[in-house]
Structure formats: C-alpha cells, structure tokens
Design a protein around this ligand. Structure first.
Ligand code: BTN
Length: 278
C-alpha cells in the first residue's frame, strides 16, 4: 500500500506542544545517522531538546554495533539531544533510566496515535506480536564546555511493508502498520512522541523513576520469561527474568542453577536478552 506522507517541519509543528523538545528541529532527506548528526551538534553546544530527523539513513546504527534498516519514505528515524539541567535526582540514576523512560513514552505515543499496544523487551526493544517494530539507542558524551549530554536515538518501523525487510530481519521485524491495519501519519507520530517524551523526561528529572519503573514493568514482556542473556565476551546466562531493579537493571534468577552454587539473582546492565520458549 503506497501512502505518500512526506515529513515536513510545518506538519510536525502543527501538533507539537512541547516547551523544549523539537523547538530546534533539523529535518534532512538523508543522513548517515541521525545520532551521529545530533552528537556533532551537541558537541558544538546545541541546545537541550534539539531534534534531528531524517527521512532515510545510509548508516543507521543500532545497539551492540549493529546496523539499523533505514529505507526512505516510510519510517521514523530521529535523535533527541537532552542535557541534565534542573534534575533533582543523582546524575547516574537519570542516565541509567533515560533509555527505559524513553521506551515507556514510546509505548504511550504508539497507543495514542496508532491504537497499537506495544510490549517491551528489555532494555528497549518495542514489540508488537513478538516482532520488533522499534528500537532505542542512547549515546552520551560531553561537549567542549565539559557539559554532559545524552542523544536518544529512536527508530520506528512505521509504514514499511513486511516483504521489504532484508532476509535477516524478515522473521523478527514488523511494522506499526501491520498492527494498526492502516498507514500511520509520521508527522503526527513524531510530534506526539516529542510531547510524550518531554513529559516523561520532566517526570524522571523531578520525581525520579518510581512510577516509570511500574509503567516499564507493566509493559515489559521479558519479566517472567525464560531468557538467554548474552553478556560481554559472548558469555551466556540462562535464567528466568524476575523484575526490573531500582536502576533499571534486569534481575535474572539463573536456571539451571550456576555450578558455583551461587543462587543469587543476577543484575544485568549491559547485554542482549533473548526470550526463550517455555
Ligand atoms: C536498536 O538496536 O534496537 C536501536 C536502534 C536505534 C535506531 C535509531 S534510528 C535513529 C537513530 N539514529 C541511529 O543511527 N540510530 C538510531
């Protein structure tokens, strides 16, 4: 189904209701990576809330050094620059919750705009019917004035046809249009995303992650599942995911028990998690 829906700054602004996010909006026909561009802008002092959007990416990047499938005209690829001004919680807590808080915001956006209930695979894969329809890549750094920043990179498969995915994604990836049974307006989706993300980030900075931890847990399909956790250096852990920790870690009970007899719940912070069938 062809749905001509060009991204335009005017259309995005029509329903944008934010104070900061998207007030500086850079829209490109094509970029290597919106995260790369947003990081370059951040390093030269761009303001909190600056947003970079591209209709297509030639070197879109995903977590764990993977690439992100980024064809033109159909999906959303955007990066949001956030700086930790006016935060009332420790910087480390803020930083570790940004990816999970962003995932919570995205589930709200997609429910509002497309009527599709997404679930989350820890840490921040967006799933519909167990197919991955979106992902989040957060990259942080400091600028020339030694000010910290985070770039939240969001990729959403919106109106891409299922048979357009490359063979390595064909089984695992899906698009929002499959869930909603109709094409989705990318301009509206982006403005709502920025509205929701601003609210969630304000809440995180002012009140901390308490409600977000509940909201994330409620949406997280990983909790209660048998999982294979692929750690750094290709080490693996089999277990059952129990909960989300106070700092956003995934708490996993090893099963079968570890040979050392240490039956403590493991706190997983950086890893790939695979849901296993029961
Ligand atoms: C993942 O691996 O699940 C995260 C994917 C994040 C992709 C987005 S697309 C917009 C932004 N720019 C990038 O190069 N990557 C992120």
């Amino acid at each position: 189904m062809f749905f001509p829906n060009p991204l335009t700054v005017d259309d995005i602004r029509t329903t944008l209701a934010t104070k900061h996010l998207g007030q500086y909006l850079h829209l490109h026909r094509e970029l290597a990576s919106t995260n790369g561009e947003a990081i370059a802008l951040a390093q030269s002092g761009a303001k909190h809330g600056t947003v970079v959007v591209a209709d297509s990416q030639t070197a879109g990047r995903g977590r764990q050094a993977r690439s992100w499938f980024s064809p033109g005209g159909v999906n959303l690829y955007c990066s949001i620059l956030v700086r930790p001004s006016n935060i009332h919680i420790p910087f480390g807590d803020w930083l570790s919750w940004i990816p999970l808080a962003s995932a919570v915001a995205l589930t709200e956006t997609v429910r509002t705009v497309a009527g599709v209930p997404l679930s989350l695979k820890w840490p921040n894969d967006l799933l519909f019917n167990e197919k991955k329809i979106g992902g989040i890549l957060c990259e942080n750094g400091t600028d020339q004035s030694k000010q910290a920043f985070v770039v939240i990179g969001i990729g959403l498969n919106v109106n891409v046809e299922p048979d357009s995915f490359p063979p390595d994604l064909a089984v695992t990836a899906g698009s929002l249009m499959q869930g909603s049974q109709r094409p989705i307006d990318r301009n509206r989706l982006l403005s709502q995303l920025l509205n929701d993300l601003e609210q969630v980030l304000d809440e995180l900075g002012l009140e901390g992650p308490r409600r977000l931890q509940h909201a994330y847990t409620a949406a997280c399909a990983t909790i209660g599942k048998r999982v294979r956790v692929v750690l750094a250096g290709s080490r693996e852990l089999l277990g059952v995911a129990q909960a989300i920790g106070r700092d956003g870690a995934l708490l996993v009970l090893p099963s079968p028990p570890l040979p050392q007899g240490n039956q403590q719940v493991m706190e997983i912070r950086t890893a790939d998690v695979i849901h296993l069938r029961e």
